[in-house]
Design a protein around this ligand. Structure first.
Ligand SMILES: O=C(O)c1ccc[n+]([C@@H]2O[C@H](COP(=O)([O-])O)[C@@H](O)[C@H]2O)c1
Ligand SMILES: Cc1cc2nc[nH]c2cc1C
Length: 396
């Protein structure tokens, strides 16, 4: 067993460490510069092809739109099969847990990381069904992680579907209490964003053709609600939910905590009130920052990214504020029962593929949607056209 948190970085090439601020800023700048909107001619070709397939126009509903989006992202019609997929579960803790916003103890974050690595969590079961790989990222877990030697990977370049691995990329252990002070510094937010970008790039370079953004962090629905309120202007009462399961009184208290965090941010950030990185650093979480980077990295490499629930939705608001065209790489895997998620998706203009009242996180809802994403592409690639099948088109 090895304690990851106690590792000594080597001064030359620190293994299992996030980038320095200078490297991180360069990584972020390069990703933002690489992100381009969907290719208009591939979009048009996909729309034309959908119109020729042997079905009434629009009959495959949202699947048609998914196939068109993926063609625009790939820059070619039909787009490639979005498989194999890799799920990155970004795990971190939250200082706001001290306010009694979650019924679960903080150490459950680390315990669930161990569960992901042992292959026993819901996301592992669902990922195995799709042949997806699982990589767990320590983005800032407080409780020391006791890991088997072979559980740790230096980076995301050697992640296999058979064995979940952990990569250690925490810029700090847990965020500060957002109802009292900023969650993290701007520098820590940038270094966390860069880590997510780098991990997406490594998975894309390893041949993964679809990425899934998942999360694990006790109390992270409070930071998610605050981010969503900050980016959409919604009232905290309409975007704050019951998370892992709190009663009515605890929910009222949680809404109050979100209100306090939002008011503190507004009072403190009067120089750059709309800067997405400042908002992230002020009221977000370390996994939100890495997931926002992961989305930017996927978009920069033009690999589709399937978003999970309210945490990924909140992170997508950050990514979209930094690079609106990053949304062209995003698909909403599902709609979470957490009320802020629907608000975030509406703001982003994303249609959820699955709505099963899930509120688990880990990437579970997004992994469930992977077969639908593959099906959308297969339809475009394989269905006969009216011409080739000799089917008469509608008369008017
Ligand atoms: O994905 C969602 O929409 C979602 C909704 C509710 C809870 N969760 C998960 O539950 C944890 C946070 O819940 P809470 O109540 O501790 O804030 C965290 O690990 C999330 O992955 C996730
Ligand atoms: C047990 C448990 C599993 C989870 N998976 C994602 N968030 C979670 C929160 C809890 C509490």
């Amino acid at each position: 067993m090895t304690a990851v948190q106690g590792q000594e970085p080597s001064p030359e090439q620190p293994p299992n460490q996030p980038q320095s601020l200078e490297q991180a800023q360069a990584t972020l700048d390069a990703a933002l510069a690489a992100i381009r909107p969907a290719d208009p001619s591939a979009l048009e070709a996909a729309r034309d092809q959908q119109a020729r397939l042997t079905k009434p126009a629009g009959a495959l509903g949202v699947l048609e739109e998914v196939s068109i989006r993926l063609a625009g992202l790939a820059g070619t019609c039909p787009p490639p099969d979005p498989s194999p997929a890799a799920v990155a579960v970004f795990a971190a803790d939250h200082g706001v847990h001290a306010q009694g916003v979650s019924p679960w103890p903080q150490e459950v974050t680390a315990q669930m990381v161990a569960n992901f690595l042992a292959g026993g969590a819901a996301v592992n079961v669902l990922a195995r069904q799709s042949g997806a790989a699982v990589v767990v990222v320590d983005a800032g877990v407080v409780t020391p992680l006791e890991l088997a030697e072979d559980a740790l990977a230096v980076d995301a370049t050697d992640i296999q579907p058979e064995q979940p691995r952990l990569i250690a990329r925490a810029v700090r252990k847990g965020s500060d209490d957002i109802s009292v002070r900023p969650a993290m510094t701007r520098e820590q937010a940038i270094r966390s964003l860069a880590s997510g970008i780098e991990i997406a790039g490594q998975l894309a370079a390893s041949g993964y053709r679809a990425l899934v953004a998942g999360d694990m962090g006790i109390a992270n629905t409070t930071a998610s609600a605050t981010l969503i309120a900050a980016f959409t202007g919604s009232d905290p009462a309409s975007v704050t939910g019951r998370g892992t399961g709190i009663d009515e009184e605890a929910h009222r208290h949680k809404v109050g905590v979100v209100r306090v965090a939002l008011a503190r941010r507004t009072a403190e950030n009067d120089t750059h009130p709309q800067d997405p990185i400042d908002i992230l650093a002020s009221v977000g979480g370390l996994e939100h920052a890495q997931i926002a980077g992961f989305i930017l990295g996927a978009a920069a490499h033009r690999v589709p990214i399937v978003l999970d629930g309210v945490i990924a939705g909140a992170a997508a608001l950050v990514a979209a504020a930094l690079a609106p065209a990053a949304l062209d790489a995003c698909l909403a895997g599902h709609r979470s029962a957490e009320p802020g998620h629907a608000v975030a998706l509406q703001h982003l203009g994303l249609t959820p593929l699955v709505d099963l009242e899930l509120r688990l996180g880990e990437g579970s809802g997004a992994v469930l949607a992977l077969p639908l994403v593959r099906s959308a592409v297969a339809v475009l690639r394989e269905m006969a056209t009216f011409d080739t099948a000799g089917v008469t088109e509608k008369s008017s």
